[in-house]
Ligand binder design. Structure first.
Ligand code: NAP
Length: 536
């Protein structure tokens, strides 16, 4: 891996992060003739997949969809082995792309960006890292990821624990052997749901501490059928084009009829068929599951029934069956044998809904006056989503305006791409864009292409800076809120609204208006000469 001397550098654009967004931004902008410097905190590409190496880590978007679509050649040159790729395979894919495109030569690894400061006079960003690098650049592109700022909650006594503790989002690279160990897992979101069955298969004793049960659907992962792989390569370009024209951003066709418009038998048949197919397609069984509470309840009842059929102890089944939020309004999980795991005699579910973990002690965890002795603790406690990675960097725009100050009431962006007061700073899959609600690779490509075209436009027309206008940003934030309010999403205490981080302003962060609609809006803005942006 290339190492570069510490230096003051000049380039056209700094890209922060070498995950899938940063890798593609580097490729696309370099192709357009820009000089680029990428900084990455990890020692290799891969972003969220570089850090999330917990047991069972696996993508919950199907492999044939969770890959770059910008190059048919790259797609044809790669062969996925499983329906849902596991973390190591995704890292191999990232490596394959990095090698094909010779990306690493412009990436400085093990370098965490600490500040990005805009200078009003030179209209340049100064970006600094914890390794002492300083770069002056016209553009600053934040490819920092939506789920990259991991969070360990403040639980009294945490530092007194004698054994090792791990966060799923910062897992040791050489793995962890839980054989013969008593293990506590805190958290039952996607990371918990994926890791719990795998840890249970190793550990002598497993205690799962559950604050909120989550709905989980069966992944039905399986080795890839070679004929299917070949066929999907043939149709890849056409499939991707078709998917980019959908609001769901997913291959499986959404059923465009309301759940309440069909008979009970028909509905049951359809739910059953989609459940049996595996994956998130269950949630597009009907077109009203996200905006009609009654329709949503029918889908939720179906899943709760499934949980009760799988889990043999009815009290445990009740604890696992979510009732405090509509299905899908907290990010759904996909699992392999999650509910079945609670039938194992050495696995215990501890409900901490009413009685939180009181403290962590040197030998375990204490809840409701009872001590659970464990050797290791796994924090599957999630992320400061969407804003955390940006706000951990000291970002200052025009007139020294700090992003932390600007966003004290929650994130405000125009299209999730630009921020008023921060010229020439772009966010990839930023708050206010569909990002986490769709296949994020499709969202990334759409953003990077838009940014590349925007920079071309600036250069071709002799502009040196672009900045979102406050009025356009206000209108966009209002539109994002309004779209969210048309759905059931705001009813849940999810990370979409920042509810998992104490004190975080409650704002529905992603754009729920649909990928294709959003893409059209962005294209319209560009076609209209970057409406809502000021070009200088
Ligand atoms: P998460 O969904 O935010 O789940 C965190 C869990 O920790 C929740 O159950 C939460 O409970 C619990 N928790 C947090 N603080 C706690 C505390 N102080 N005491 C007890 N419990 C606490 O995080 P995640 O599972 O890491 O997943 C985050 C997102 O990453 C997912 O939603 C998904 O978008 C993505 N992801 C994707 C994949 C994949 O592709 N397969 C895998 C993993 C993650 P509450 O619900 O009550 O807050």
């Amino acid at each position: 891996m290339e190492t570069q001397a510490r230096a003051v550098m000049r380039c056209d654009a700094v890209v922060v992060g070498a995950g899938f967004a940063g890798m593609y931004a580097l490729h696309r902008l370099r192709q357009r003739g820009l000089s680029i410097q990428v900084f990455e905190a990890g020692d290799d590409v891969g972003g969220t997949w570089y850090w999330n190496r917990y047991p069972g880590a696996r993508c919950d978007v199907e492999s044939v969809e969770y890959q770059y679509g910008f190059s048919d050649e790259i797609a044809r040159g790669w062969t996925w082995t499983e329906r849902y790729a596991a973390q190591p395979e995704i890292m191999r894919y990232a490596d394959y792309v990095a090698k094909r495109l010779d990306l690493r030569k412009n990436i400085k690894f093990e370098s965490r960006v600490t500040s990005a400061i805009f200078d009003d006079e030179s209209r340049r960003w100064t970006v600094e890292t914890d390794r002492g690098d300083r770069v002056f650049a016209q553009f600053c592109i934040m490819a920092t990821g939506c789920l990259s700022a991991s969070r360990v909650p403040e639980i009294a006594g945490r530092e007194t624990f004698r054994g090792p503790s791990y966060h799923t989002g910062a897992w040791p690279h050489d793995g962890v052997d839980f054989s013969g160990k008593r293990v506590a897992v805190i958290g039952t979101g996607s990371s918990g749901v994926q890791s719990i069955p795998v840890i249970a298969a190793q550990a002598e004793r497993l205690f799962v501490f559950q604050r909120t049960p989550n709905f989980s659907l069966p992944a039905l992962n399986a080795p890839m059928d070679p004929d299917f792989v070949e066929a999907s390569k043939e149709s890849f370009a056409a499939d991707r084009k078709r998917v980019r024209a959908t609001n769901s951003g997913a291959m499986m066709a959404a059923n465009d009829e309301p759940a309440l418009g069909v008979t009970l038998e028909e509905r049951q048949r359809n739910f059953e068929a989609r459940w049996g197919r595996g994956g998130f397609a269950f949630m597009t069984s009907y077109n009203d599951l996200f905006n009609n509470i009654e329709a949503n309840r029918l889908a939720a009842d179906f899943v709760r029934d499934k949980i009760r059929k799988i889990v043999t102890n009815p009290q445990i089944a009740d604890l696992l069956a979510p009732t405090n939020h509509p299905i899908g309004t907290k990010r759904l999980c996909l699992d392999t044998n999650y509910y079945e795991t609670y039938n194992l005699p050495h696995v215990t579910l501890i409900d901490i809904t009413q009685t939180p973990i009181e403290r962590i002690t040197p030998g375990g965890l204490s809840v409701g006056g009872r001590e659970y002795a464990v050797d290791s603790i796994v924090f599957a406690t999630g992320f400061d989503a969407m804003t955390g990675a940006l706000l951990r960097i000291d970002i200052r725009g025009r007139d020294g305006l700090s992003l932390r100050e600007k966003w004290t009431g929650g994130p405000r962006t125009y299209l999730g791409l630009g921020i008023a007061g921060f010229p020439n700073l772009f966010t990839i899959t930023g708050p206010g864009s569909p990002s986490v609600l769709v296949n994020v690779i499709i969202a990334i490509e759409q953003h990077v292409d838009w940014i590349a075209d925007c920079i071309d436009h600036l250069r071709a027309n002799g502009f040196s800076a672009i900045e979102a206008q406050v009025e356009a940003e206000d209108r966009w934030v209002e539109h994002v809120n309004q779209k969210a309010d048309e759905t059931l999403y705001p009813l849940a205490n999810s990370w979409y609204v920042g509810a998992n981080v104490p004190g975080k302003p409650r704002v529905f962060m992603p754009y729920v208006g649909g990928f294709a609609n959003y893409d059209r809006i962005c294209a319209g803005v560009a076609a209209g000469g970057y409406e809502g942006f000021s070009l200088a």
